[in-house]
Design a binder for this molecule. Structure first.
Ligand SMILES: [Zn+2]
Length: 377
């Protein structure tokens, strides 16, 4: 079983109707769970305080967000990554972001108190936010604030990022810490935002070997992805032996996502979630904190994250999507959604270049493992 964290205030984190990071994704998901007959009763966490935000972010940056939150004009906003097409300014943005951070932090506290072993924060996953810079739809780094609290508690924290995009914010914020292991699998930065996450990024100083990156070729499919995951992640966790595993579970590596070109299916995500539960049990004393993240195709995110929730709650997966739910969200789902929870098999026509791509992916993993053999002992 797992504890769920969510409150309606999460919907205030909203960059406007044209922006892909819309809270409707979460409303659809919660409505789907209700329609499937699950009375979830998630825990409502308090917003993170200013002091808690300052455990990660610079005060000058927080001050700018607070001023913009109040509707004040800040000509220097763009210097902090704010007021850009990715991170538009909206009233209430400071508090909206602090609700999300508060949820992740509350999850960390439940684990530290020993009240819970597994926590799913239904929101957040703002892995691009930097110490004094907003980036990629992310204002405050909820993951980093939660991780820092657990480091302060004396724990070694492993962070796993399965979002389509490189988890650059979390990596950078702990780049010189040997108390935090970050592992990110993503579409290669040679082709996709944020352009980082190469195998040479290994951490600095005494933390060299504590940042791991598995950049995948565009159009990489389930087989390549799971092979890379299995080659790297269990070994890394066994070596690091953390007290907790934190996971950013973005759904944008799905083949239908409009923002990138990885080609995972709902079945791949289910296989990943099962692996994550096993790995937390085996290598992280059973402790697991999962957040959501990217995921921009309405047809996909509700199904993928429903699979995440049901897997974490150890509930059976239904085969069919409920008709009333499909009707209610048709304006976002589109008219041609199949009524199944899982993608069809095969989910898409064969993608050209599979062999070359697989060779390239295997070569990346073997170069990474070669390098890591110097650090793993
Ligand atoms: Zn993403």
């Amino acid at each position: 079983m797992a504890a769920l964290i969510h409150r309606p205030d999460y919907a205030r984190y909203d960059f406007g109707p044209e922006h892909p990071f819309t809270p409707a994704r979460l409303s659809m998901l919660l409505d789907l769970m209700r329609e499937l007959g699950h009375d979830l009763q998630p825990l409502a966490a308090p917003a993170a305080t200013r002091e808690e935000i300052l455990s990660i972010h610079d005060e000058a940056y927080v001050e700018v967000i607070e001023a913009l939150d109040r509707g004040e004009a800040r000509p220097d906003a763009e210097r902090f990554g704010l007021g850009t097409p990715d991170n538009p300014i909206f009233p209430g943005m400071d508090l909206a972001a602090r609700w999300l951070v508060g949820g992740a932090l509350h999850g960390a506290r439940l684990l530290m108190e020993g009240t819970e072993q597994r926590v799913l924060q239904l929101g957040g996953g703002l892995h691009h936010a930097q110490r004094s810079h907003a980036a990629g739809f992310c204002l405050y780094n909820d993951l980093a604030v939660a991780i820092q609290a657990m480091v302060d508690h004396g724990w070694h924290v492993a962070y796993l990022d399965i979002d389509l995009h490189h988890g650059d914010g979390v990596q950078n914020l702990f780049y010189d810490s040997d108390r935090v292991l970050t592992v990110s699998l993503h579409e290669s930065g040679h082709y996709l935002y944020p352009g980082t996450g190469h195998i040479q990024e290994l951490g600095s100083g005494s933390a060299r070997g504590f940042s791991l990156n598995v950049p995948m070729e565009p159009f990489s499919e389930a087989e390549d992805y799971l092979e890379a995951f299995d080659a790297v992640v269990p070994q890394a966790l066994a070596w690091f032996s953390p007290q907790v595993l934190v996971v950013q579970a973005g759904a944008d590596a799905h083949f239908a996502d409009p923002l990138g070109d990885l080609a995972l299916t709902t079945q791949t995500f289910q296989a990943l979630y099962q692996r994550i539960l096993t790995l937390a049990q085996r290598h992280a004393q059973g402790r697991l904190l999962v957040t959501l993240g990217g995921g921009y195709e309405a047809q996909v995110v509700a199904r993928v994250w429903a699979i995440l929730m049901l897997t974490m709650l150890e509930l059976p997966l239904p085969e069919e999507l409920p008709a009333p739910w499909m009707a209610r969200w048709q304006h976002l789902l589109g008219p041609d959604l199949s009524p199944h929870l899982h993608d069809p098999v095969p989910a898409y026509p064969p993608l050209p270049g599979r062999e070359v791509r697989s060779r390239h992916n295997r070569d990346t993993v073997s170069r990474l493992l070669d390098t890591m053999s110097r650090y793993w002992f």
